[in-house]
Design a protein around this ligand. Structure first.
Ligand code: IVH
Length: 691
């Protein structure tokens, strides 16, 4: 691979890449989970995620709120009822090299304040490449089954799951809790997948890209009798809400799950050391071809549930588990063309169009080429035979061109210096990896991408206003800025081709419904560079109203101001994001658009954070001195999970100062300012956890 190593990226290059990665990964997630129809191989997808992780590890300030590291899977597709998971269904972080696994163990030990040699039992299991499912049993009977969806809400697939042969409709044996949510993986065996694809093709239907997509497609049939005709299997490896504990450790719970009638993941091993774990990894990799189903790595998990509890989660994944992925699979194919896509902020992104090729069971026909420098460095030319790679389970990458197979007379690729959409100059700022279209408001691609973002599900969520309508409305001059959307009249639409009275009415209604919007969604809808949903929420919670936000951002333009310090003091907002936000709100054209929008809308304060209900939600907490029952990192993570902000210094705004042993000046300052001071035990009592 000849892309710039993460260690050599400038911050500008890193910001550009992270943005591109977030976008690409989101698109591939949607294609994969939402439509069961991936564009790229798992290995390539993994490579993108890994790249994203590597860059984020080096530039933690640049982590985008909508980064793939902050999300789980895709949202539920329509057609099924929705199930809200009592406990979120999370994902796993990935390890690729042995060192990543060693670091994972080190992190756990440090977090728990354990010595390097202290015993730590780890369960290692094969990682099945299927889709996760949550099964709710009440008095031993299967009553509900749900897909992961976006982690918070999934699809209700109960009727379909009841046709899956190897999961118990009634729990066997005894000792199961009154209510238990059992989680695991639904998958299709390789031989069944090949046979199914043969049947699909005979029937003139599109074959599935891989067993995982075949399993997902089969499970999501609206007609349960179709699911019943597809051989699906299930293995249990986890659980959600349970009315009584299932046991003290995973190893023990595995035996119990088996006794209740579940298949559990095999192979598996209870490991006592890093060496044990890596040995299991290598043995499993060797056995991989003999298994009836696809596995894409192994999962290591802390066995002891008490320790798991203390370790908790970071955004989308538990700290107590990691997936150690198997290496990339590669293939050669021809690069047919390089397309340039223009995004919301004008960034020109090159996409490789490939002769479709199967890499590790997945058909790959597109891969991103990152940026101009990347293409030049690899000297990738149209017509070249290229090596395409998918690492474990990620997005495809063009690794390199095969020099020997280069057709005669081929020429180096010349990156366009004009926007392929509007023809404006496309320029690169010094130090930036990305070339951007300077067309701004006249560039159809940018305008349309911004408007698409504005109406999208997590922003204004205007139903019936699809991408193709936006393009047509924009082209015909009906909408130029977002505020124009709210000036659309029935008579603008109902006479247009493809629109009837009813659909036009529906659109006007949904535009009307979207006028009431929470401040966080409104901020997100503005499409400020680097400011995704999480940043929008932070701003909304901190400034409460649009007027206050505008006023504060105007003041924050002066880097010496208190407003600037306040913005930078928000945990989760780094200098790069802050600069973009201030830049956006101080730009006169944006101020006009904001004023125009504000008139058309009823903007409400952001909803309370998810930890609402805890006395510490929304409070700022300062930890000082040496804590006894937890490390500082653990204390901080726990507080943040409950919706508190953790700060490093005490001010009038501090809600609580928690003092450990040898607390110094911060405790004194708290007393002076009249801020509530708590001992560690008092803090634990407050957040309702026994010391
Ligand atoms: S443990 C908190 N164990 O891999 C999540 N997951 O890429 C605990 N998976 O979301 C999950 N085999 O759907 C676990 N033996 C195994 C697994 C496994 C497959 C899936 C699971 C997870 C995904 C992450």
């Amino acid at each position: 691979m000849t892309q710039i190593p993460a260690a050599d990226l400038t911050p500008e290059q890193a910001a550009g890449e992270l943005k591109r990665l977030a976008k690409d990964i989101a698109r591939h997630d949607a294609a994969y989970h939402g439509k069961d129809d991936p564009e790229i191989s798992d290995a390539d997808y993994d490579a993108l995620r890994r790249r994203n992780e590597a860059i984020e590890a080096r530039f933690p300030d640049l982590v985008l709120p909508d980064s793939p590291s902050q999300q789980v899977g895709a949202r539920p597709a329509s057609g099924f009822g929705e199930v809200r998971h009592a406990l979120p269904m999370l994902s796993l972080n990935n390890a690729f090299a042995d060192d990543d696994v060693a670091e994972f163990l080190g992190r756990i030990r440090r977090f728990l304040g354990m010595g390097e040699d202290a015993a730590l039992d780890m369960v290692a299991e094969a990682k099945i490449d299927g889709l996760s499912l949550s099964l709710l049993y009440k008095t031993g009977k299967l009553v509900q089954a749900a897909t992961r969806g976006d982690g918070a809400k999934g699809e209700n697939v109960t009727a379909n799951v009841k046709t899956v042969g190897d999961l118990p409709a009634h729990l066997k044996g005894k000792g199961w809790p009154e209510a238990a949510e059992i989680r695991g993986e639904v998958f299709m065996r390789r031989a069944d997948f090949l046979a199914l694809n043969e049947r699909q093709e005979k029937a003139g239907l599109k074959p599935f890209a891989n067993p995982r997509n075949a399993a997902a497609g089969s499970l999501r049939q609206l007609d349960a009798s179709i699911t019943a005709s597809r051989p699906l299997h299930f293995m249990a490896y986890h659980w959600g809400e349970v009315s009584a504990p299932l046991g003290a450790g995973i190893w023990e719970i595995r035996q119990r799950l088996a006794a209740w009638g579940f298949k559990v993941n095999e192979p598996a091993r209870l490991c006592q050391s890093l060496e044990d774990m890596l040995d299991f990894y290598r043995a499993t990799l060797e056995d991989r071809p003999e298994l009836a189903h696809d596995i894409d790595g192994v999962v290591y998990k802390v066995n002891d549930l008490t320790l798991q509890d203390r370790l908790g989660f970071v955004s989308r994944a538990p700290r107590w588990a990691i997936a150690h992925k198997f290496p990339a699979e590669r293939a050669q194919t021809r690069l047919k063309a390089i397309d340039i896509q223009v995004g919301r902020t004008g960034a020109l992104t090159p996409v490789a169009r490939l002769e479709p090729v199967t890499v590790g069971g997945v058909v790959v026909s597109n891969a991103t080429l990152h940026n101009e420098d990347e293409i030049a460095r690899k000297d990738v030319r149209i017509g070249d035979t290229v090596i395409v790679q998918r690492a474990g389970d990620v997005i495809p990458q063009v690794v390199e061109a095969v020099a020997k197979k280069r057709p005669k007379g081929s020429k180096p690729y010349i990156f366009p210096t004009t926007c392929p959409v509007c023809g404006s100059h496309a320029v690169r700022e010094p130090g930036e990896a990305v070339r951007r279209c300077t067309g701004g408001l006249i560039c159809a691609a940018q305008a349309v991408e911004r408007l698409k973002h504005f109406v999208s599900r997590d922003a204004f969520d205007i139903e019936g206003m699809g991408a193709k309508h936006i393009v047509a409305f924009w082209r015909d001059g009906l909408i130029e800025t977002p505020a124009d959307i709210f000036r659309l009249k029935l008579s603008d639409i109902d006479q247009r081709e493809g629109w009837g009275g009813k659909s036009a009415h529906n659109l006007i209604d949904s535009i009307g419904d979207s006028r009431r919007i929470t401040l966080d969604r409104f901020i997100y809808a503005l499409g400020i560079r680097l400011a995704g949903q999480a940043t929008a929420k932070l701003l909304a919670r901190n400034y409460t109203t649009l007027d206050a936000l505008i006023e504060a951002m105007t003041a924050a333009a002066d880097p010496e101001s208190a407003a600037s310090a306040e913005l930078l003091g928000i945990d989760g907002i780094g200098p790069g994001v802050a600069a973009e936000i201030v830049g956006f709100f101080t730009e006169p054209r944006n101020r006009e658009i904001l004023a125009d929008l504000a008139q058309a809308l009823a903007i409400e304060p952001a909803p309370a954070p998810s930890g609402a209900g805890s006395p510490v939600t929304g409070k700022t907490v300062v930890f000082t001195g040496t804590l006894e029952t937890m490390t500082r990192g653990e204390a901080k993570a726990r507080a943040e999970t409950l919706g508190a902000k953790v700060a490093g210094s005490v001010s009038k705004k501090t809600g609580y100062v928690v003092i450990g042993a040898d607390a110094g000046s911060k405790a004194r300052k708290a007393a002076e300012l009249g801020v509530t001071v708590l001992s560690e035990a008092e803090w634990l009592a407050l957040i309702d956890r026994e010391a």
